[in-house]
Design a protein around this ligand. Structure first.
Ligand code: GTP
Ligand code: MG
Length: 200
């Protein structure tokens, strides 16, 4: 499951502009600022091949990264950014949903959940939408390094609460992995998990 090379292929504004290719891909999805672009950089060990920012709303297009010339990681715009202009929110649902519903090479979605905050309804809504559309998901908890919280709970407590929340509100029991793009924890486990999914 080693990453030997990675190449940025293209940014697409619409599903139909994505690369025409039969190689498998994984989409990285989650709330704005959850750490989608950072996770990609961590997985492929490249500092800023996917652009990140402290401010939510950085990634605005569908970005394809080809790994080892054999499979793709796809960076997507985040959802749930309350301050996003109405136009941008509309855009998310039309073009990102278009991507999910039309991308036949999609092996699965890594649904990123911020472990430094309590469970969010919008993440459950997203999981349910993907479930209804028969798109397999893996829960990937991010920011598990954040042990110092000013208020609220620690990441392990938030993760436990989220698991409980999912058990009560979601039919399937997806795999889940704890990660940190800062410490690299979970990186190898996630790469192995994706290599297993590709071979099914
Ligand atoms: P959008 O593109 O706006 O949807 O955001 P994104 O989900 O791609 O988030 P991004 O990777 O840009 O990271 C947002 C912020 O969170 C940045 O300041 C990152 O440095 C920080 N961050 C991301 N992952 C981690 C992590 O594992 N731990 C910590 N402590 N911070 C992280
Ligand atoms: Mg991003």
């Amino acid at each position: 499951a080693k990453v030997k090379e990675v190449e940025f292929i293209k940014s697409s504004a619409r599903a139909r502009d994505c690369p025409v290719d039969d190689r498998p891909e994984f989409a990285i999805l989650g709330r704005s600022n959850v750490g989608k672009s950072s996770l990609i950089n961590s997985l492929v060990r490249r500092k800023e091949i996917a652009l990140t920012s402290k401010k939510p709303g950085k990634t605005q297009l569908i970005n394809h990264f080809l790994v080892n010339k054999s499979w793709y990681l796809v960076d997507l715009p985040g959802y749930g950014f309350a301050k996003a202009p109405e136009a941008a929110k509309m855009d998310w649902s039309s073009f990102t949903k278009g991507y999910f519903l039309n991308r036949s090479t999609l092996v699965g979605v890594l649904l990123l959940i911020d472990a430094s905050v309590p469970p969010q309804k919008i993440d459950l809504d997203c999981a349910n939408w993907l479930g209804r559309n028969k798109i397999p998901i893996t829960f990937v908890f991010t920011k598990c390094d954040k042990m110092k919280v000013t208020k609220g709970k620690r990441p392990d407590e938030n993760i436990r609460d989220f698991q409980e929340f999912i058990k009560q509100n979601y039919k399937q029991h997806p795999a889940w992995i704890m990660t940190s793009s800062v410490s690299g924890v979970g990186r190898d486990e996630l790469l192995l998990h994706m290599s297993q999914l590709r071979n099914y």
